[in-house]
Write a protein that binds this ligand. Structure first.
Ligand code: UDP
Length: 326
């Protein structure tokens, strides 16, 4: 029987891409999703259980039906701005519901969990690139909710037979190279989809948030990781846990930083058209640079980024923005 993996949030951007990668690696992804922010058409590689993270009966029934031994938890709210306006909503879902989900896993004897965390856990970086040992000093409720659950996972893992892998994502972008799935956030706030929409004339001209940072061109630096590389990191983490690997935390990025302006200029070259833009004020809470130190993941996980060069990342994102299926 094909080994099944329970994927909470498998109808979302990164979750769906991970379901595809799991399928390609010979697993059956079983999606658990409330479809509050996820999309039903994104669930293509295994069954969908349309239920909430707090629905213990549905989770235990799925574990039994599919003989599930491991899980990945993506199902979270992830808008920094919204989190500052509605912090309780973020703690309720990203901590409260995540705890309920984990307790159901423990009750169902699932002993391996991969958890989506974020570079926002580090807050304002004291060093660049950022190692996993950097202090966790989040500066918004979204990052704080992720740190709170990371800590809970540590204690739960001490009290129960549960091993975990925490993946702290840097900037996820790009889309499925086959055009089957991609990101559809409402509202869209992320740089690369907004660049594509501005170039296609589907969106507003881009406002570059801040041109007075202490960087080579004055704009902020990020480490963009292609969603397929990110998905493959989850598969590698599942394989490692399923072969007895211990609990670990890994950054997932490329280790290369690019500025907002470099990203925009690369997009103009790839798309052979101008990206209408203007310069605006810095966005509150934005650190000048977020670049991953990736030595740990490269040393310990059987993983290396293959899709994340910037032109490829933009090409796939562009195709999705043009041909979006949902
Ligand atoms: N950014 C920008 N204009 C936009 C959206 C984003 O200049 O309309 C910048 C943002 O300030 C940051 C980078 O692009 O420096 C990446 O932002 P994004 O929201 O994609 O990801 P974040 O780093 O906030 O997770």
């Amino acid at each position: 029987m094909t080994e099944a993996v329970l994927v909470a949030g498998g109808a979302g951007f990164i979750g769906a891409q991970t379901c595809k990668a799991l399928h390609q690696a010979g697993y059956l992804p079983v999606t658990l999703d409330s479809l509050v922010t996820g999309y039903r058409p994104a669930v293509k590689w295994g069954p969908l259980i349309h239920a909430d993270l707090r629905d213990r009966a549905a989770i235990l029934s799925a574990i039994k039906t599919y003989d599930i031994k491991s899980a990945i938890h993506f199902a979270a709210f992830s808008l920094v701005g919204e989190s500052t306006r509605e912090p309780a909503k973020y703690y309720d879902n990203n901590v409260g519901a995540a705890l309920a989900f984990t307790e159901a896993l423990i009750e169902g004897d699932v002993d391996a969990l991969v958890f989506s965390s974020t570079a926002a856990a580090y807050g304002t970086p004291q060093t660049s690139p950022i190692p996993e040992t950097h202090p966790l000093l989040p500066i918004n409720p979204y990052g704080a909710s992720k740190v709170a659950f990371e800590q809970a996972l540590h204690w739960m893992s001490g009290a129960h037979p549960l091993r975990y892998t925490i993946l702290r994502y840097f900037n996820a972008a790009g889309a499925d190279p086959d055009g089957e799935i991609g990101e559809s956030h409402v509202p869209e706030t992320h740089l690369i989809p907004l660049i594509c929409q501005a170039a296609l004339g589907n969106g507003k001209p881009l406002t570059i948030f801040g041109s007075d940072y202490d960087t080579k061109d004055g704009t902020a630096i990020r480490d963009y990781i292609h969603v397929v590389d990110l998905a493959n990191a989850h598969v590698a983490a599942i394989k490692r846990l399923r072969t007895g690997g211990d609990s670990q935390v890994f950054n997932v990025g490329t280790g290369e930083g690019v500025t907002v302006l470099e990203t925009l200029q690369t997009a103009e070259q790839v798309m052979q058209r101008p990206v209408p833009h203007s310069f605006g004020a810095r966005r509150a809470g934005d650190p000048v640079a977020l670049v991953a130190d990736v030595s740990k993941i490269r040393g310990m996980l059987d993983w290396t980024p293959e899709y994340s060069d910037l032109p490829n990342l933009i090409r796939t994102a562009m195709r999705w923005q043009r041909e979006k299926l949902y």
